[in-house]
Design a protein. Structure first.
Length: 208
């Protein structure tokens, strides 16, 4: 679909300032979605579903759960279209919805795991391989290293995890991440700094 080179009628020049043509196209599509245009909504879903699914998968560490949550995100977009205002980029608004739903899902999964552990106290503890027994000189490469990074990210607190995922994988600027997390730019930079330090510590044995 060609990019719309026009500013939506309800959007001021000040709101349009600093936004790319694709941002303006998203806003125009949302204006049509507000009026119940399913075709415009379908374009938005097609354009952004990969980003949403990828972000949710990185947050949850489970591709199956990611598909379900991503579907909920776009259902929420459709239902909340009337409340969308073009003062922010559509992607910022979209990732804010994603943040809310994925945090809810993370907490639900955590409660489920706690209940499961309580009901299976009689089970013997799981045995994990001893990393110290790895062959000398063995090096994690390619997919293995990426998995190690994903596991380390999954161990971070939810705010650090979300900030790092948006920065590392979505390449969002600090200003947008701050809006998604509902915090200041300075606080966002501090969150990401702490997250990176934590990752370096957890991946130390692979980096040495």
């Amino acid at each position: 679909m060609p990019v719309l080179a026009v500013i939506p009628f309800h959007m001021s020049e000040a709101d349009a300032e600093g936004k790319t043509l694709e941002d303006l196209d998203d806003i125009a599509l949302m204006a049509r979605t507000k009026r119940g245009d399913m075709d415009a909504f379908a374009v938005l879903v097609e354009r952004h579903q990969h980003s949403v699914v990828g972000t949710v998968a990185k947050m949850l560490g489970n591709a199956n759960d990611a598909e379900d949550v991503a579907q909920q995100v776009f259902v929420r977009v459709w239902k909340s279209a009337e409340r969308y205002e073009p003062t922010a980029k559509f992607t910022t608004w979209l990732m804010t919805i994603t943040r809310n739903l994925v945090f809810n899902e993370m907490r639900r999964l955590q409660r489920s795991r706690m209940v499961s552990m309580e009901t299976r106290e009689e089970d013997p503890p799981m045995q994990f391989p001893d990393d110290s027994a790895r062959a000398p000189g063995e090096v994690l490469l390619g997919v293995e290293l990426e998995q190690a990074i994903d596991d380390a990210i999954a161990s971070l607190p939810e705010m650090q995890r979300m900030a790092l995922v948006l920065r590392r994988y979505e390449e969002m600027p600090y200003e947008e991440i701050a809006k998604v997390l509902d915090t200041s730019v300075a606080a966002t930079k501090s969150i990401i700094f702490r997250a990176r330090n934590e990752l370096r510590e957890r991946l130390r044995k692979y980096l040495e």
